[in-house]
Every structure is written in C-alpha cells, then in structure tokens.
Design a protein around this ligand. Sequence first.
Ligand SMILES: [Ca+2]
Ligand SMILES: [Ca+2]
Ligand SMILES: [Ca+2]
Length: 471
Amino acid sequence: MNRACLAVAASLLLMSSSRAMAVCDYANPDPESTWTAAWTNPSGYRTYSLEAPCKVYVGIPFTYTARVQVSPECPASTTAVASDWRIVDNGEVRIYDATWIHLTDRDWVDSITTTYFGEPIDHTIEFVFTDLGGTCYPSGMFWSPTTHIVGLTVDPYPPPNAAPVVEAGPDVALASKEQWATTIAGSASDADGEALSYRWLEGAAELQGFRPVDASGAAPLALSPVPALSLGTHVFTLEVTDGHVVVADTVTVSVANSPPVAAPFSSGKFELGESIPLTADVADFDGGTLTYRWLEGDAVLAEGTVVVEPGTATALPAETISGLALGDHLLTLIVSDGIDSSSAELAITVQDTIAPTLAPVASARILWPPSGQMIPVTVIAHARDSSGAPVVLTASVSTDQPSRLDDLGNPMPEYAVLGIDQAAGTISLELRADKPRGQVRTYWISVTAIDTGGNSTNAQLTVVVPHDQRP
Ligand SMILES: [Ca+2]
Ligand SMILES: [Ca+2]
Ligand SMILES: [Ca+2]
C-alpha cells in the first residue's frame, strides 16, 4: 500500500466533511475497528456519513454503511432530505438510486456488502447525494446547491493466514520394551496449502528437530531414536509452523513396566545322585534388581537377586541342587522386577543308568573237614551304587553234588540262605561241609545287587569241600 496516497485521497474526499468520527491506524489496523467519514449540511441539523471496516481482506466479504441522521432537536418526519444518491467505489458506481432519501424517525441507513478480489489495492468509497437544504427538513422548495460526497478509503489486505491445524494423535500407552517399534501419529494441514514443518518436544527438550510435513499431512514421531523413556506419563508436544505462526498440540504417552524375561537352560537328564546345575539367563528391558526363585511345586530350591543392565541378558548366579528323586521333575524359575514377574519351566529327568558295583567276599572259601555239619558262612557283598542310594541284595546257592539222604532216605538240605542284612550288605548262609566219598563239592553263591533304577549286577563266588584235604 502507498500510505501517503491513501492519506491524500482520504483528506480530499473529506474536505467538505465537518468531522471524521474515527480514524484508522493503518500502520497497525485493528481488524475489529471501523472508521467513519461524515458531512453535515450548512443548517447543522443533517449529517451524512459512511462507515467501513479499517481492515478488509481480499476474498472475504465486508459491509459498509451509508447513513443520514437528523438532529434529535428536529421533530420526527418522513420528509425526503436528499436525492440521487449513489455509492461509488474507485470511480465505479456500485449503487445508483435516483429516488429520494426518506427518513424513518430521523434516520436513514443502507448497508452494502461487497468482496474484493485480485491484488489488494486501496479503494476509495464515496457516498454521493444531493442534499435538499433547509433546516431540520427541506422547506418545500427543492434546493440543490451541490452534490456532496462523503467517502473514505479502505485498505484491503491479502487473505489472512489460516493457521495450521495440528493433531498430535490419540494418546498412546505402551510397555517400555515397545518403545523402539512405536510411532506417534501426528498430523497437520494448512488451509492455505502452505508448506509446513514440524518438530516434537517433551517440555522444552526437543525430541525430533524440524522437518517437513509430508504431502499426506503426516507429522510422525518415531520413538526408536528417542532415548529410553522413563516409566510413567509423558506429554509430548507437536509444533507445526507454516512460516507465519506456530501451532501446537499435545499427546500423552504412558510408558508401562516391561516384565522381566526368564530363560532357563538346565533342562536335561541327570544321573541319580549327581549335582544338578540350575542355570538361566534373565533380562529386563528396564534394568534394575531382579529377584528370582527356583521352585519345584511350592518348594523353593534356590533364590536370590541379580542386578541387570537394561535390555541385557544376564546369567543368574550358579546354583546347584541335589537329592532330586528318580524320575521326571518340572522346575519353575520365577523372576520379578518388583512390578511384574515372569516364569519359565524346565523339565529335568533324574535317571539311574549305571549298574551297582559288586565284589562279594565269603567268610570261608573251603569247608573242611567234611563233617556233615552245616557251617555258617557270611558273604560281605561290597555292593555300591554310584548314585549313593542303597541297593537291594539277593542271593542264591547251588551245588554240583546230590544231597545226602537222611536215615529215612529223604534228601537233606545242603545249604540255606538264612538272611540278608540289606543295611550292612551281608548275606548269612549255611553250607553243609559234606561231599560224596572221593568227590569234590562246589557251592556257587550267586549275589545280585539291584539299584533304585532297576539296574542289576550279578557276581558269583565258590565255596569248595575239597577232595583230599587232610588236617
Ligand atoms: Ca497458513
Ligand atoms: Ca521391568
Ligand atoms: Ca545306579
């Protein structure tokens, strides 16, 4: 705008005005203000005025008002006070009305709504009329001294900037471990079609610097490059600018604890009696101190605490257990970060695949003299199982010679297993010190040790009634 020209135009048109009721500050126009140009006829009783907004915009309708008012000192009248009125805009007649201006209760008003298009240029709007003279009202004889003009200049501005419309997106709730895969779906648009740029902040801290809003209006914040968010609630701000104004919207991001992870390694088969290592890795996305417990059912086998770095697998302190019974066991590892806990199961089979060792020794290997008496013989089994668990001993005896007959001709028992002391590992026998004349008798003592796994080991030893041993 050329403000100097504007001022000249306005003053020329107002030369015959008695007063201007308001003047716009064109250097800093208030969009809500108006200004008014006015002319009062020589009688002093009749005022013509034109009022328009101080600031109008290209493409946006505005209204200006032509008005005639008669002094309140005058009686109400519908008398015509002027004729041939028109509205002229930059020399172009917008409204022409050749009829009279008749008052209604000392007042006449006509409002005109118009819209400017194209380049913003100054417009001088004129209210042209022929005042009919007289005092309060014309005196009956028309008096047309001149055409008086009341005019003012309006100063159209380019269309006002439409601020960007910004949407930071719906609130987000995530577990801390999901941060790397989470994107906040912000968006922005501008009714003027201007290029937009955006950034994300938490408070005053910039999470992501300015970058263009893409053609679809997406203004996302990928959380993967953002440093790990603390647990709790965060308010993120999306700022968008079209180069004129910055518009912001916020979104609440709630970060919840991520449960710890337990990964036991100890599954497998172990020999009965063997110490069983309990090994596992644990991890927690949030880091901190974890408590752990190894359980079988409700029975705690081992427990403790371990400090883990965020997101890093950490081996639990080595634990060993022993004394698990033969068979299948389902152990549970429970890990807690104090908020949430996780568990994992591991299957362990305790087996016994190794047969006992056995080295029986008899208290006598030779029975002499062949007196025909039953001689007590003790066998120490020397049986042992690698599991450390007791074994079960059995024993049997056989011989290579027929039994002696008693006086009634019935065969007599040649041996007997009197008893087995399982705890002591001893077998008590009786063997008859007897043999057919000229023969040798051999007793075979068979000893078997069976472990809890059902594995058995057999050993034999012999006791002999010799042929010709002499005292
Ligand atoms: Ca804009
Ligand atoms: Ca955690
Ligand atoms: Ca065994």
